[in-house]
Design a binder for this molecule. Structure first.
Ligand code: CA
Length: 234
């Protein structure tokens, strides 16, 4: 059955182009230009994924997402006209699954939609529950060990905590500040760049374990997200 994508976007030309691209790829795409109308539609017949513009007439994207997240884990990709805005959005911890900046290429949006939907399929990916069946990445919080197919990754405590934070929410984009919080609970003096060297080392170790993919994706100007199909095969 075709998956349904709701595009909430008040630039109707843009919404139309995107809908056409999604339909060409086999999705059923609907467009709504007003925030209040969108909210009503989301309550009545939730789609499989929501592409949500930030600035909208009626009700803005942030309010819609907040309202939605009270009751629903529906995958949401937030669309914004300003890349600077993404940092602020991350800080609000709205729970969007991905962020896209305008201007975008419709092809890229389609690819991101597919990625987010693929992740959403097993409702709770097994990160953080050691020994979960079928997962090749096991995160053992008590032993502070991460294993791939039973083999210990030999992470430092900081690398372990980074991996644990990222992998607990596959696909969610974390800012440096948020990762820093996960690493240094009681130290506010550490520079955000301190994350980078730990990330670099963690990536090297993951690259050895997963030569075919790069599980930690950089989101330019924003932060990092954990995406790894081999880690949690469905
Ligand atoms: Ca808009």
């Amino acid at each position: 059955m075709s998956q349904r994508i709701l595009i909430v976007e008040d630039e109707t030309d843009l919404a139309q182009i995107l809908a056409e691209y999604l339909q060409r790829d086999g999705f059923v795409a609907t467009t709504i230009a007003d925030g209040l109308v969108a909210m009503a539609a989301l309550r009545q017949a939730p789609p499989d994924l929501l592409l949500l513009d930030l600035m909208l007439p009626g009700m803005d994207g942030i309010s819609i997402l907040r309202e939605l997240r009270r009751t629903s884990e529906l995958p949401v990709i937030m669309v914004t006209a300003r890349s600077e805005e993404i940092d602020r959005l991350l800080g609000l911890e709205l729970g969007a699954d991905d962020y896209i900046c305008k201007p975008y290429s419709p092809r890229e949006v389609v690819a991101r939609v597919k990625t987010v939907l693929r992740r959403a399929q097993p409702p709770a990916a097994a990160a953080g529950s050691p020994g979960a069946s079928g997962s090749t990445l096991d995160i053992d919080a008590e032993a502070m060990q991460a294993r791939v197919a039973g083999k210990n990754l030999e992470l430092t405590p900081k690398e372990f905590k980074l991996l644990q934070a990222l992998a607990a929410r596959p696909g969610r984009v974390f800012s440096r500040a948020q990762l820093l919080d996960a690493l240094y609970a009681d130290n506010l003096e550490v520079s955000e760049r301190a994350i980078d060297s730990h990330l670099k080392n963690l990536r090297k170790k993951l690259a050895l374990a997963f030569p075919d993919e790069e599980p930690i994706r950089s989101v330019y100007g924003v932060g990092f997200a954990f995406e790894c199909s081999e880690c949690f095969p469905s």
